[in-house]
Design a protein around this ligand. Structure first.
Ligand code: CA
Length: 228
């Protein structure tokens, strides 16, 4: 997933950034509310971790503007404000979940996984595509019962494609999904990742189809079919 962390406490931002990066996500971080509002307009994110007390623009205002634009990106609010009224207000404004600081990183990770499940598989832990079993939140892939070893980049690619099953995703959209501001992926790099993932998906009855001039499409065949 591509995640934006909006947090002005550097120590907390460092910790959750490291947690998400270690889990294989592409992470961007900002400490300023107004800059975060701009970034949310300019880049497609799969998850936003939002602090409420921020310089220049309050997190509540960022959230209000996000939902006013009909942007449905999942938002996990992480804040020191623990008043009941504040929690209720934030959830009513469209936050998907709420963590009061200080929180354990393990709980943070579990809540991120829960939001990811809701986004990608309507809450079901695993996605079954052809003979492929995909546990996106835990980043595990099997062909039938055999674990499939994927690099973080290959996993990110499969995740981005699976989130848009049977719909074309452009090369630009894939690169946006795979890279934060600090990482880059060239056209050639994307071609190599697609090539390698295709090789690894052989026998899974799941296929990455090239749609000339438009991008890629993930197609899943019947799990019981004898050929791909
Ligand atoms: Ca703060």
């Amino acid at each position: 997933m591509r995640v934006l962390i909006i947090e002005d406490d550097a120590a907390i931002a460092d910790a959750i950034c490291a947690t998400l990066t270690n889990a294989g996500h592409a992470v961007d971080r900002l400490a300023n509310g107004r800059q975060a509002d701009v970034a949310l307009r300019d880049h497609p994110y799969d998850l936003v971790v939002l602090d409420l007390g921020l310089p220049d623009m309050d997190g509540v205002e960022i959230l209000r503007r996000l939902r006013a634009r009909a942007d449905a990106v999942p938002v996990l609010v992480a804040t020191a404000r623990e008043e009941l009224e504040e929690r209720v207000r934030t959830l009513d404004l469209g936050a998907d979940d709420y963590l009061v600081k200080p929180f354990a990183l393990r709980e943070f990770e579990a809540r991120v996984r829960a939001l990811q499940r809701r986004r990608t598989t309507q809450g079901v832990p695993e996605l079954q595509l052809g003979r492929l079993r995909l546990d996106l939140p835990r980043r595990r892939v099997h062909i039938e019962d055999v674990p499939l070893e994927l690099t973080p980049r290959e996993f990110g690619l499969l995740e981005a494609l699976a989130a848009r099953l049977d719909r074309v995703i452009s090369r630009e959209q894939l690169i946006e999904a795979l890279c934060g501001w600090d990482t880059t992926l060239t056209d050639n790099g994307l071609d190599i990742a697609v090539y390698r993932l295709r090789r690894k998906l052989e026998g899974s009855h799941v296929r990455i189809r090239t749609v000339r001039g438009l991008g890629y499409l993930l197609e899943a065949g019947d799990a019981d079919a004898t050929t791909d």
